[in-house]
Design a protein around this ligand. Sequence first.
Ligand code: XMP
Length: 531
Amino acid sequence: MNKSQNNMPTVIPEQTIPILDFGSQYVQLIARRVREAGVHAVLVAPDISIAKLREMNPIGLILSGGPASVYEDGAPNCDPKIFDLHIPVLGICYGMQIAAQLLGGQVKPGAAAEYGATRLHVLDDGAAEGHSGELFAGVPTDTGVWMSHGDQVKELGLDFISLASTPTCPLAAIRHKTRPFYGVQFHPEVTHTPHGGKILENFLYRVCHAAGTWRMGNFLDITVDKVRRQVGSGRVICGLSGGVDSAVVAALLHRAIGNQLTCIFVDNGLLRKNERDGVESTFRDHFHIDLRVVDAADEFLNALAGVTEPQTKRKIIGKAFIDVFKRASGSIADARFLAQGTLYPDVIESGQGYARTAANIKLHHNVGGLPAELGFELVEPLRELFKDEVRRLGEVLGLPENMVWRHPFPGPGLAVRCIGDITREKLAILRDADEILLEEIVAAGLYRSTAQTFAVLLPINSVAVMGDGRGYKPVIALRSVDSTDFMTADWSRIPYDVLARISSRIVNEVRSVSRVVYDITSKPPGTIEWE
Ligand code: XMP
């Protein structure tokens, strides 16, 4: 960091809720719920120092859940002095257990582990002593909660009060008598706890007295400031894919560092119709960003010729992308940083959370590979956000609506939607059919309610009667799914008349298609893509 950056004032929000990350899969969900409630939240390492915490203007702390047992050797811990900061603390699951242990309670394995939905009964005793009212205000006495734990707080010191119980967990919510500490064994942050949002809001507004002024615009200011500090006067390269994440990163970086940003867009010959034009008009014409478009279609398509196996296609495309990107970025003198649209689900799925203990659920397609090979320092301004938050940020940055709300498009593009071997002719058919499908979905007002909609070109021909003649031509499958996380999905119930219009237009306008079918497979067991 150079001298001028050291002198820049840091943008520190007026109020923050630091969340000590003990490795829960849900930790960013907690942060997101706090942000949704209008309060700035930030994840911190569980062993953060008291001095660092103080610098953040905390109005309260949340201790997250985590997969460890508090009584195990090496279990993540926090500084007990956090309870002397005189700010409210909410412990969730592991966070409640570690707090209870540090404050004199005892944690042991439960008789049985408890995963899933259960009933919570809010006790009156706490209210009688004037305590439970704050956390459970407006929450029914009997309500559903989501549990995911093996251990339980078994014994509370005399300083605690029990606030709620479930059939197998007598101490499902607790409060300290004299310190502003609350603990809940269940997960208020997940949607399976119907009144969880209310409980978190109660903590923020009734216990921490939050002002509730946090908005996405504040995130933008803070992130712009962070990016400036990280890159100084260095040049940053950003690979644009046409998708929303890289578009938001590019617009954000442009806001932060202006002409220190150079964007690279690789046309791999596997894009949807008009995709390249859309990227060029938004970034070059509208934002006036230094955009280099690399036409590498021949390189990709030659490398893919005759290849039918999906994972081999992916590997070839991944390697070609690195080669092309390396050459393009190598021609940009003084480039030191690479900006990437890594989102929080990518971080958590590849097991890189703060505590680095969250189970490695799935090795994500987009993480790994590119950066290390290229030798750039990474700039990842969206690492804390979920997809819908990225879209909101895109709106704040003034990106066009059709870019902000674009459905995800896989890196290998049409290669995994053109089943079997890939030729230019097949890609042209697929593009035309795909364009008609999307036009009709948009016209029917279904684009925003479906999560991903696309056409697939099948490697079989079927018979068609065309005029007086008989045709024997390829089949197009339509795929449209509803999903929030893309880990599970259900096929979209598109009205029959819309399907009829799509089918009729495709067979009439794309002359080389004989037949259109609609894929009605959910995920699992089917995947969203066909390959
Ligand atoms: P599946 O087909 O696994 O897709 O149900 C889940 C989500 O991931 C996208 N997808 C990919 N994205 N590279 C990507 O960047 C890939 O190789 C890839 N394969 C699938 C898919 O479009 C969906 O959004």
